[in-house]
Write a protein that binds this ligand. Structure first.
Ligand SMILES: C[S@@+](CC[C@H](N)C(=O)[O-])C[C@H]1O[C@@H](n2cnc3c(N)ncnc32)[C@H](O)[C@@H]1O
Length: 212
């Protein structure tokens, strides 16, 4: 069933055990969803969840939250969930700009941004997830030395992101313009978009940064 034919899309998400709708109502105690104190890693703009699901399987001692704002996209993700689904992740139905309403300060060890929307028009650059206004949110919720991991096929967005990070006092720990021809590819988990771009022969940019 396609979501445009499902009138109660939000209700379906609301009742699903893996989806957290209205996450701000948990009073910043959302990490209590996990009954342990394992590190928290989040992905902003998870799409249909391939990356997050594989990471959760690979690293059972990390707790993952995947943010996705689009109801239809989450619906396609939950249609793929079966009994083998790892326990250590939840889907957050929310916009990334709600971070401070959802998490306590200094509670997150790592933020992943994978193939974030490039917003090519200059008047839309403020919506980029590596714009200063988002970096300022990341700084609040990340623990000391917490890391931002960013991958994109879009060279212009990558240049913009490097500049924003440097201008705002972040330290670049790693940067490559061609991840798949670099040594960093060894433990790389591909996202859905990444698989598509690699088949097209595009270079994949990656950086890791932390706030000094
Ligand atoms: C280009 S797709 C990439 C999906 C996935 N990360 C991948 O690499 O395959 C970007 C996704 O991020 C979501 N997204 C964009 N901006 C967002 C925001 N501010 N908050 C939450 N999700 C967002 C979109 O709805 C879309 O599903």
């Amino acid at each position: 069933m396609r979501l445009r034919h499902v009138e109660n899309g939000f209700d379906i998400l609301n009742k699903h055990p893996k989806v957290i709708t209205k996450p701000e109502k948990y009073n910043k105690k959302i990490t209590n969803f996990f009954n342990n104190n394992n590190p928290i890693h989040i992905e902003l703009g998870s799409g249909k969840g391939k990356f997050l699901t594989e990471m959760a399987n690979l690293y059972p001692n990390i707790n993952y939250f995947g943010f996705e704002k689009d109801t239809k996209v989450i619906y396609r993700w939950i249609k793929k969930i079966n009994k083998d689904c790892p326990d250590n992740y939840y889907i957050i139905h929310s916009n990334a700009d709600m971070l401070l309403e959802i998490f306590e300060e200094k509670s997150i060890e790592r933020i992943y941004l994978n193939f974030s929307d490039p917003w090519p028009k200059p008047r839309h650059h403020k919506r980029r997830l590596t714009d200063k206004q988002f970096l300022d949110l990341y700084e609040v919720v990340l623990k000391k030395q917490g890391e931002l991991h960013f991958k994109t096929d879009n060279n212009d967005l990558f240049d913009f992101s490097l500049l924003q990070l440097k201008e705002n006092g972040w330290q670049i720990k790693l940067a490559t313009r061609d991840l798949h021809k670099s040594n960093y590819v060894e433990d790389n988990v591909m996202t859905e978009y990444e698989e598509k771009f690699v088949i097209e022969g595009k270079n994949i940019n990656k950086l890791v940064a932390f706030k000094k």
